[in-house]
Design a protein around this ligand. Sequence first.
Ligand code: ATP
Ligand code: MG
Length: 332
Amino acid sequence: MTAPVIFSGIQPTGRKHLGNYIGAIRQYVEGQERGEPAIFCIVDLHAISVAFDPADLRERLYDTTAILLAAGLDPDRCLLFRQSDVLEHAELTWLLSAVTSHGDLNRMHQFKDKSAKQRELVSAALFFYPVLMAADVLAYKATEVPVGDDQRQHVELMREIARRFNERFGETLVVPEHRIPTIGARIMDLQEPERKMSTTDSTESGTLYVLDEPGSIRKKLGSAVTDSGREIVRAPDKPGVSNLIEVLAVARGVEPEAIEAEFEGGGYGDLKGAVAEEVVAYLAPVRERYAELRPDEAELEATLAAGAEKARTISSRTLAEVRERMGIGPAR
Ligand code: ATP
Ligand code: MG
């Protein structure tokens, strides 16, 4: 079996939360062991698709870089870079737009959800977001894309774009597979457990940030919304309890069934307390390491620059092929 080429992107918007950690970052760290290469990109070009502040964007980019390194990404074992440093992403977006159906973009849930929430401007960038995401992945001929459940539809679309490109211009791009965790693919907001925990759109008290202090984690979990029942089991009509069970299972590295068995006959208070202690212990090493890494922005820049250089050697090869196939520029 050949090793997978792994690619995933994460936005430098706001503070990263437990959903990002469990749904995505945890998989990145594991992916370093298997990917040849494993490529992780901080997608600042995606972040400008909604309202943003330029100075803040740069700060959050360093935050996200430091979180990823603190979580265990090792620049010797993966490629870690800033999307905007590799110009091929933007160029490939445009080239791929020629084989992207407008109707498909119109069907994207993320666009519908996020555009409804924009107060000033629904940007064309928000609509084009999935094409840029397709370019990110296809530029590296990635075979595997670790993401949370909310990105399922976007990965489906990039597969369609790759297939359409290959049909129209000859076999060039690789059709990637998503890798969505079986447990913790969709961590829910603690206050509104029917909605996903999200960087840009969830309640402050319902969002557990990777960098939250233990006191804050305990408080948020203590007031997590459950239901009027008593049973500690996962069920469609128990989104709050189901979410807590999944979080505890992931943090402990066990199956959710084991949590249900352990807490049979117990109360919601016991469950919340156990989740809080486990999450505190789960995130503490990341928060500590982050505090060491974040102040040295020059070092973070150097890491990103080295990553970008390696990324460019791969993506520029793909771009040359794509341009050639499409008849763009002089013949090679
Ligand atoms: P935004 O709401 O602005 O889109 P986000 O919280 O979704 O922000 P992203 O940077 O867009 O953060 O997503 C990074 C990764 O985290 C993606 O792979 C996404 O699928 C995953 N992810 C995001 N939210 C969750 C969640 N609640 N549970 C599990 N995975 C998630
Ligand atoms: Mg997102």
